[in-house]
Design a protein around this ligand. Structure first.
Ligand SMILES: Cc1cc2nc3c(=O)[nH]c(=O)nc-3n(C[C@H](O)[C@H](O)[C@H](O)COP(=O)(O)O)c2cc1C
Length: 186
């Protein structure tokens, strides 16, 4: 390692990758749209809150000004080409559902589209929008969740059953190693 002096914006801000790529789904004014996010986090357990950071440049950001809810879904690495295509096309220019031939299901509790192929998904009611520099944090309250039970062993994801899609930056994708470790005292 060597130190780098920061003059303004860093050349990249991806040293903490790999991170899972999730997909945000939103429905508003008769439009359905999806975009991948790698900037995301659980924010609270009780109440259950989950957040995604979205740039105001995104059409999804515009849709989220009027949409009361959104979905966040987790996908296997096999879906990387489709998710890459969703993340390099804007719903402002094309209808991604038609153009990319996307399949989705409707949420059970909220009016949200959930991209097909997910091994887990959240239906989130938009709770707040917080400006954090050049991205806005959209905080959603969990109203329903979906999971493919075969992807989970106990309460943890089983990497032998499913390989979540990972992002390394600069359009480089991958998957986690299936080997896991757990301290014997647990
Ligand atoms: C793997 C990947 C991860 C991304 N993560 C984010 C993110 O966390 N936040 C964000 O604002 N944009 C992110 N983007 C960019 C948007 O997904 C992309 O600009 C997308 O085309 C926006 O679509 P929209 O204009 O229809 O909303 C990501 C793109 C890719 C390919």
């Amino acid at each position: 390692m060597r130190p780098f002096r920061l003059e303004g914006k860093p050349a990249r801000l991806s040293h903490f990758y790999p991170a899972t790529v999730l997909v945000v789904g939103v429905s508003s004014a008769g439009r359905i749209n999806f975009m991948p996010v790698v900037w995301h986090s659980a924010l609270s357990f009780e109440p259950p809150l989950f957040g995604v950071w979205i740039s105001p440049k995104r059409f999804t950001h515009e849709m989220l000004q009027s949409a009361p809810s959104f979905s966040v879904s987790m996908h296997p690495q096999e879906q990387w080409r489709q998710i890459h295509a969703i993340g390099t096309t804007s719903g402002r220019r094309v209808c991604k559902v038609k153009e990319l031939g996307l399949s989705f299901r409707r949420g059970g509790e909220l009016d949200v589209p959930i991209l097909q192929g997910a091994y887990a998904a959240y239906e989130l009611e938009k709770q707040s929008q917080i400006k954090t520099g050049d991205h806005d944090l959209f905080v959603g309250r969990l109203r329903a969740l979906w999971e493919d039970e075969s992807a989970f062993a106990g309460e943890a994801l089983d990497p032998k059953a499913v390989s979540p899609l990972l992002y390394f930056g600069k359009y480089l994708y991958g998957r986690p190693c299936a080997q896991t470790m757990r301290p014997s005292e647990v």
